[in-house]
Design a protein around this ligand. Structure first.
Ligand code: ZN
Length: 150
């Protein structure tokens, strides 16, 4: 009979799983909880696969501390995005949008709406003022052309 997995019976199991699901490395998780990296890797097979709506964030984080942290990060990113936009700092605004995307992606993964095995490609590009101006111009040109044409 196989030996019982130490994390399955660990009282911090949900916290450990939360850290793994949040994308922390096995080594980081192992160090934080004072357990072996191998145990974390082994336990990965015991994670209940999340299916849409089968798992509520509250079930993963009974303390809801991490949920509160996510909400705080979301509020921060939102606030910085608005500040940057109002100051015309598009680069910072875009960085904030990217962070918001990452948060949404993480929450979606926690909810099981994104297959953990699926490759997620995040468009990574820099937008300088000149490019932004040209994109804006192009958009307006197309938009106006559509409105003018019969
Ligand atoms: Zn286990």
């Amino acid at each position: 009979m196989p030996r019982k997995c130490s994390i399955c019976i660990d009282e911090r199991r949900s916290e450990i799983e939360g850290a793994v699901l949040a994308g922390d490395s096995y080594r980081t998780v192992a160090q934080r909880f004072g357990i072996s990296r191998d145990a974390v890797v082994r336990h990965r097979k015991h994670l209940t696969p999340a299916t849409p709506n089968s798992l509520k964030v509250e079930q993963i984080f009974p303390s809801s501390t991490l949920v509160e942290q996510l909400q705080a990060f979301t509020a921060d990113a939102q606030r910085l995005k608005e500040k940057a936009e109002s100051e015309g700092d598009l680069r910072t605004a875009l960085a904030a949008v990217k962070e918001l995307c990452r948060i949404v992606e993480l929450v979606a993964r926690l909810r099981g709406e994104i297959d953990g095995r699926a490759q997620i490609n995040v468009l990574n590009f820099q937008l300088d003022a000149e490019t932004a101006r040209r994109m804006n111009e192009m958009f307006l040109k197309r938009h106006l052309a559509r409105e003018v044409s019969p």
